[in-house]
Design a protein around this ligand. Structure first.
Ligand code: HEC
Length: 162
């Protein structure tokens, strides 16, 4: 009984330790706890706590948001979408939150050598937020992404690309 309690406590401690390790390992995220709270307060109403999105109104972050970093214009887009650019947060916390969002919800698609958004970059991007045109711009980027994927698939089929 006593051993079981100790094991349980150890288990919780290890899980917390692992989470903290993952948190501090995120480039561009000085304070993962603060980023998470900002996500809860400013973003999850639309994008849901687990980043799964809301069908027809807010796209999922989970398992896909970082793919946009791979298309030309994608990086800028992520800093200019209305939900990001107009969030009531100072530039440094917004940069942190965007870096956290990408790495927390879509680690698989993070490009190698990812350069985190800086406070300065976010400050400039949010000076020109997208408005009504955001949806159309997003559709163009996603189409470009699909095209890249088809080219990659064709290359792989021919066996001359990685
Ligand atoms: C009112 C609902 C709403 C809120 C709040 C919101 N978003 Fe969004 N978000 C959207 C919609 C809708 C899109 C798709 C682009 C567009 O039409 O604006 C989007 C797009 C995005 C994208 C681009 C990726 C993609 O697939 O289009 C990112 C990144 C993002 N949101 C992050 C955030 C973050 C971080 C916050 C909190 C600071 C946030 N959003 C708050 C609705 C919202």
């Amino acid at each position: 009984m006593r051993a079981a309690v100790v094991v349980a406590i150890l288990g919780i401690g290890m899980a917390a330790g692992a989470a903290a390790a993952i948190g501090t390992a995120m480039p561009g995220v000085a304070n993962p706890q603060r980023a998470h709270v900002n996500w809860m307060v400013k973003c999850q109403g639309c994008h849901r706590p687990d980043g799964q999105g809301t069908p027809t109104t807010a796209p999922a972050m989970a398992g896909q948001v970082a793919r946009l970093l791979a298309v030309p214009g994608g990086r800028e887009f992520l800093g200019q979408v209305p939900g990001v650019a107009t969030a009531a947060l100072p530039d440094d916390q917004l940069a942190e939150l965007l870096n956290w969002t990408l790495q927390r919800f879509d680690p698989v698609h993070m490009p190698a050598g990812f350069q985190p958004y800086t406070t300065d970059e976010i400050r400039k991007l949010r000076e020109t937020p997208l408005r009504i045109e955001a949806a159309a711009k997003r559709a163009r980027l996603v189409a470009a992404l699909e095209m890249h994927r088809r080219i990659d698939a064709a290359r792989n089929q021919k066996g001359d690309g990685q």
